[in-house]
Design a protein around this ligand. Structure first.
Ligand code: 2AM
Length: 168
């Protein structure tokens, strides 16, 4: 099964992101918009791996304090448009810790540099991102989730397999 580890987003954070997607849509930008329930920040992409319990065991050894994050700007990787996140030193440390326990347990993952973002739109129909106002959004990262990703009839379906919650 195809696995990845990600931060789920608060409702207010999602609301802000949906506002941005709606603005783009209203300006005629078409493509594959991420659905509200799929919005997330990936910390580590594992890909095909048969043993989610091993991943959950490894994850359970990661402890972290709540990490405050804010929405910060819009960017693109080619025709994939994303929202950026500020607060990265702490987030990056969490991502590093996760990647270390994956390595220690022999669990493969994509080693591309951590670049915290939330994919909003794939296959954007326009070359330029229109300047739209980005609503303020902030939240505390309090849990980290192992997701399974499956291709559904109308887009990807992400299913939570387990989570670790921050220390309070
Ligand atoms: P993306 O949104 O920038 O494509 C599930 O596919 C999640 O894992 C997405 O957030 C995706 O990022 C991320 N991801 C990271 N590396 C990936 C890879 N090599 N292949 C597919 N998804 C990857």
């Amino acid at each position: 099964m195809r696995l990845f580890i990600a931060i789920p987003l608060s409702q207010s954070f999602r609301d802000s992101l949906i506002t941005v997607q709606n603005e783009w849509f209203n300006r005629g930008i078409r493509g594959n918009y991420s659905s509200e329930e799929n919005l997330h920040i990936t910390l580590a992409f594992i890909g095909e791996f048969p043993d989610p319990d091993l991943v959950l065991d490894a994850l359970s050894s990661v402890s972290f304090s709540p990490v405050p994050i804010e929405l910060s700007g819009i960017g693109s990787f080619g025709d994939l448009w994303w929202a950026g996140i500020s607060g990265p030193p702490d987030l990056e440390a969490v991502s590093r810790r996760i990647r270390r326990v994956l390595s220690e347990n022999g669990i493969p993952f994509d080693r591309k540099r951590f670049n915290p973002h939330i994919t909003l739109l794939r296959k954007a129909s326009a070359a330029r991102i229109p300047a739209v106002e980005i609503p303020q959004a902030s939240m505390e990262v309090e849990s980290i989730v192992l997701f399974r990703s499956d291709r559904g009839k109308s887009g990807m379906i992400y299913t939570e397999l387990g989570r670790v919650v921050c220390e309070t």
